[in-house]
Write a protein that binds this ligand. Structure first.
Ligand SMILES: NC(=O)c1ccc[n+]([C@@H]2O[C@H](COP(=O)([O-])OP(=O)(O)OC[C@H]3O[C@@H](n4cnc5c(N)ncnc54)[C@H](O)[C@@H]3O)[C@@H](O)[C@H]2O)c1
Length: 328
């Protein structure tokens, strides 16, 4: 398929090899910093055109798919622009940073003949799939997700959109812990409300978003899941997810699972194309997305699925210690 990518920064360095691995034809790259397109064309030996204006790329290139790999606040307008031209979109997380953007995307999804897929890639990992099957048909009544990472001054100063509410939409929750929240929701179901606290403790002079968050999500079955997330450590530990049902206790750390006291490993067995923390989920997700398009199937990590985590984190941000109902 004819593919164009918007935003040739860090994560595009993973989309490109994953697309080549899926034998897709990258025909155009777009970035407001044009040199990033030229460097990527050279690095990956692509026969692709470069654009500074994504609208021009969509209009001129007769694309089948556009990948959106830009800062958070730009996702919604880029998704809508592609869908309005009936071009399929694979967008990086999060699809939106506020409810207005969610509504805008919903309207474009409903009008378009093209599909929207979203990179919430951890759902595709073998360890997560294994645990999802373990709990199939069984109600989870307690969950916990713990992310304890390092994102220091240099990280936030590396790109001007990072650490700013207007462009990133938030801090550790919308960026790093979005995946943990997505997994908790995928396993436990959609909560009805949240009570949360957020703070910025070590980088107050640099960022205007939260570095740390603690959130209690109330499930319709009377159970809860809890998110603990911080970017303030001096080392990034592996994320831990814990789940409990009537008959099962599960702890997940990377590919390793402790299931009722027994140690199980479920590895994806795929080469790592990017940073270790990004994992191999993109490779699987991109193959599945293109498989769905080629066979005319609906890709299941679509707008309906991706909007759930956005609604959870927007309610979390609104909370400031009060119980907030999650929007339907
Ligand atoms: N799924 C994951 O695990 C994962 C991991 C890392 C990043 N991401 C997501 O990928 C996205 C990009 O993150 P990144 O780390 O690559 O950021 P980045 O800053 O490294 O790259 C973003 C690129 O977009 C370009 N850009 C900005 N405005 C543009 C515009 N109007 N038109 C075209 N290009 C424009 C920038 O010049 C930059 O090169 C974010 O949504 C981020 O959350 C996801």
């Amino acid at each position: 398929m004819r593919v164009g990518i918007i935003g040739i920064g860090a994560i595009a360095q993973l989309h490109i090899p994953a697309l080549l691995n899926a034998e897709q034809d990258i025909v155009a790259l777009c970035d407001i910093k044009l040199d990033r397109c030229l460097k990527a064309i050279e690095k990956f030996e692509l026969k692709a055109k470069s654009y500074e204006d994504y609208k021009e790329m969509i209009e001129k290139e007769n694309l089948d798919v556009v990948h959106v790999c830009t800062p958070h606040h730009l996702h919604a307008e880029m998704i809508c622009s592609a869908l309005d031209h009936n071009v399929n979109v694979l967008c990086e997380k999060p699809i939106a940073i506020n409810y207005e953007q969610l509504d805008m995307i919903k309207a474009s999804v409903e009008k378009s003949s093209a599909q929207l897929g979203v990179c919430q890639q951890n759902r595709f990992k073998a360890s997560m799939q294994y645990v999802k099957e373990l709990f199939d048909g069984e109600e989870i009544t307690a969950g916990s997700g713990y992310l304890c990472w390092q994102r220091d001054k240099n990280y936030y100063l590396s790109e001007d959109w990072r650490g700013q509410k207007e462009t990133e939409g938030g801090g550790v929750v919308i960026n790093q812990a979005l995946h943990t929240l997505d997994m908790l929701q995928w396993f436990c179901g959609m909560p009805k409300s949240v009570i949360a606290h957020t703070s910025c403790d070590t980088l107050k002079d640099i960022i205007n978003v939260e570095e740390t968050a603690f959130a209690i999500f109330n499930l319709p079955n009377g159970g809860r899941f809890i998110l603990n997330a911080t970017n303030s450590n001096t080392f990034s530990f592996p994320i831990t997810i814990m789940l409990h049902s009537k008959t099962k206790n599960v702890v997940i750390v990377d590919d390793n699972i402790i299931y009722n006291g027994q140690f199980v490993t479920r590895s994806d067995g795929l080469p790592l194309f990017g940073k270790e923390v990004w994992g191999v989920g993109h490779i699987i997700l991109i193959k599945e997305f293109y498989g769905a398009l080629a066979e005319g199937r609906k890709f299941h990590l679509d707008f309906e699925e991706a909007q759930k985590v956005v609604k959870l984190l927007l309610a979390l941000y609104e909370s400031e210690g009060k119980e907030i109902t999650i929007r339907g």
